[in-house]
Ligand binder design. Sequence first.
Ligand SMILES: [Zn+2]
Length: 370
Amino acid sequence: MDFLQHLLPDSSALALKHWDLDTQTHRFIVTVESTQVIAHCPLCQAPTGRVHSRYQRTLRDLPLVQFSLTLLLEVCKFFCLNDTCQRRIFTERIPSVVAPWARRTTRYTDHLIAIGLELAGSAAARLSHRVGYAYSRNTFLRLLSSLPLPEVITPRILGVDDFAFRKGHHYGTILVDLETHHPIALLPDRTAETLAAWLEEHPGIEILSRDRSKTYKRGMTQGAPDAIQVADRFHLLHNLEETLEKALKSHSKILKQIEQEQLQSEGATVSEVSTSQNSTPQTAQQQKTAQKRAERLENYEQVHSLRKQGYKVKDIAYHLGMGERTVYTYLSHETFPEWQPSSRKRRSILDPYKSYLIDQWNQGRQHLTD
Ligand SMILES: [Zn+2]
């Protein structure tokens, strides 16, 4: 019994009376009574020891090994002895054990809230079924929504941006403390008025970071006229990108020319390598290219052959499973049109090292160990 007494939510406020272990249903039922002799009226705070009646509350508590734990808590109803108080009778409260009207002990509720905060609704519900609590997603969400919001400490630097409650449908505004990197508030819309109202309620912000939206600009100017407004990092980079693109576009001709020259000189170097490696077998890419060419050649010959037999372009295309456009292209060439390799080679992160690598290769250093 001593051991069990120590397991109670508050062993100084509760006394163990009886326990019952049901191995069939895996329930552990413990009957306890309050040890309080004097209670305080919740309305006038006057102390009283005059008992009106006793009653039993059934509370779910933290599970014990593989047993669910139920506390049958016997508490009193007291008379308030203060004649001026409106409350005549009140029920005894034991705040260290359970909240008024709650059906779970405070420590069990705290335990569930901790799980809900880490996992949110669905995952918390799945885990709770796994470990034998069997609570629904909605129970966890209800517990979380009943928590008071943390107090907002007005930040020195505030980031303002929009975010989607539901993408493409409903947008709001997110406010982030840019020194702690914690979101501190979600506003229900993206209007200047809502932002201005929040800023007026939280004076003292020194720097406001935002996108280029005129609405936020207006809200900030109205709600925090003394704060400095800056563009956030993302939008600064975005601005830079746009400006660079505009500036470089006006020199596109010369840039293309430089790129062509560079590619041509690289092409020459590469060919030096491939000619010195004539004895090596064809690469998979070369084989694929050769195969494709053979297929195209066959198609080309069939197109001309069918046309000579009097077939319409539409029928040839259908018969050979190709587009009519390709049929027209083949027919417009008297000889097989070889595909010109693209002059615009794709840039690669290897480019700056190519000449060094080719140089090493040509010197015979063709293995990592060389
Ligand atoms: Zn009272």
